[in-house]
Design a protein around this ligand. Structure first.
Ligand code: ARG
Length: 482
């Protein structure tokens, strides 16, 4: 803002002196102890103008001083131009910003339609610490893009169609009389969230040892994907139970999605899409599976073919992601799709994007981006776990940090409402996540995250409250409470 103004005005001064203006750029000062902004153009101009840098700087400073009063320009040897903006100018700018809901940020002149695919939780599995970053980063990107004026659609892209569904159903079959779903006489079983949470890890472990059970789960997955009525209705009920819980977790983080679509949403697109890949000579059989080459000559690392269909005919992760692209292109027509997903899925997205381009699922100018992020680690440098070494559920993580924030609030006698610990905890969690280099892993340190000083979410909220109180005292009551 001020820097732009200084830039324009200094260029005008240069022009008046007959100096070329392309090289004139004002930057933030390297020496904040001396000035706020600076310009080093005199050195670049010296040759061209056959004059000493210090003389050029002085001429610019004099011309600037004649024209403008909001900043003083001083010259420092051997030719630096230092700018100090007056307090009046700063106050005027702050007042202007205070009354501007956009805080001086312009909307983009080139609005895009962007789908942000983030969250990515799986049905029948509780959200865990691994789901934190996608939610936090994705939500931040969504809010920023909306603020900049883009048309943004956030899609949670539930994992609701893969092998884990067959595993859960196979596990449930052993605990419940499911005949209700298959035309039998049994009553509708009362399946709870607790049942789902218990069944999945059990079924998953069992499928690794018990071949019969594994085959059964695979068969169920296949039947479900063929929309066999009993399994499909049961699946819908499982999804409803699980989604209600997933929604609660995201609500606790103030994360909101526009679309609650899942891998299942693109179902009708999968087979025709794959058939067309085969017809057009892109896909071929390899060891019973259907694959497609996506390697390029310039590749420096190996790029394996993308697997589109397994030998048993079941759909897989890559094909649902590809069909989802097709479905989004047909129903939403986005200019860009951003996937906020763990960095460890980099190869998957590279393969999917290449395949989508090669087969023209997207327009040549459609932007597909994987926004990777690192893992949340414990102090031992390994993915953050519970004290007992188990997977840390997102609920428990939020409870932990809310408790820690609550303690800090009580110690500082700052507790204002019953939800304050969650609000402060959530701010601490989000800030702690976003302040780190996105693509690196970071160490989850609750005590550090909730400190009321330093670079923390708690401190940010604390500063906000302080500023509002100062403004209220200074007679800006409308801002104090909002
Ligand atoms: N459900 C997936 C997982 O748990 C993440 C989904 C990410 N999004 C996507 N479009 N593939 O690994």
């Amino acid at each position: 803002m001020l820097i732009n103004k200084l830039n324009l005005d200094l260029k005008a001064a240069a022009e008046a002196l007959g100096y070329p203006t392309e090289k004139i750029t004002v930057t933030y000062s390297d020496r904040p102890d001396l000035c706020q902004y600076q310009c080093n153009a005199a050195f670049a101009l010296a040759k061209e103008l056959r004059n000493a840098p210090i003389k050029i700087a002085q001429a610019l400073a004099d011309e600037f001083a004649q024209r403008y009063q909001y900043a003083t320009a001083t010259v420092a040897a051997p030719g630096f131009l230092n700018f100090t903006v007056t307090d009046e100018e700063f106050s005027a700018l702050l007042r202007e910003l205070l009354n501007d809901p956009r805080c001086g940020v312009e909307k983009t002149k080139n609005p895009k339609k962007i789908v942000i695919d983030y969250g990515g939780p799986n049905i029948a599995k509780p959200l865990h610490v691994g789901h934190l970053r996608s939610a936090v980063i994705g939500e931040a990107l969504k809010r920023l893009s909306v603020f900049l004026g883009h048309d943004v659609i956030g899609d949670v892209h539930l994992g609701d169609w893969g092998t884990q569904m067959g595993l859960v159903i196979a596990g449930l079959e052993e605990r419940f009389d499911l005949s209700y779903y298959f035309g039998g006489s049994g009553a509708k079983p009362q399946i709870t969230l607790g049942d789902l949470n218990e069944v999945y890890p059990m079924a998953s472990a069992r499928s690794k040892e018990d071949e019969v059970f594994r085959a059964k789960a695979q068969d169920i997955t296949f039947r479900l994907q063929k929309h066999e009525e009993g399994y499909y209705t049961l699946w819908q009920d499982i999804c409803a139970i699980s989604i209600a819980d997933i929604k609660k977790d995201y609500a606790a983080l103030n994360v909101e999605f526009d679309l609650w679509n899942g891998e299942s949403t693109c179902d009708q697109y999968v087979d025709p899409m794959i058939d067309s890949f085969v017809q057009r000579g892109f896909a071929y059989e390899s060891d019973g599976a259907l694959v497609m080459d996506v390697a390029e000559e310039s590749d420096e690392k190996p790029m394996p073919p993308i697997i589109l269909r397994k030998s048993n005919g079941a759909q897989i992760y890559a094909s649902t992601d590809l069909a989802t692209i097709k479905e989004r292109m047909e129903t939403i027509h986005p200019d860009e799709i951003w996937y906020v997903v763990d960095a460890r899925q980099g190869l998957h997205f590279e393969q999917v994007f290449r395949c989508a381009r090669k087969t023209e699922l997207v327009d040549p100018n459609t932007v597909l981006i994987h926004v990777p992020f690192g893992t949340v680690n414990g102090t031992d440098g390994k993915p953050f776990k519970t004290r007992e070494g188990g997977t840390m559920k997102l609920k428990d993580l939020i409870a932990l940090i809310s408790d820690a924030a609550g303690k800090q609030l009580s110690e500082g006698a700052l507790m204002q409402d019953g939800d304050a610990p969650r609000k402060v905890g959530c701010a601490a969690l989000k800030y702690g996540d976003l302040v780190c280099n996105r693509t690196k892993n970071y160490i989850f340190d609750i005590d550090k995250f909730v400190q009321f000083d330093g670079k923390t979410g708690s401190y940010l909220l604390y500063s906000l409250v302080r500023i509002r109180s100062l403004l209220a005292k200074a007679g800006a009551p409308d801002l104090a409470g909002g």
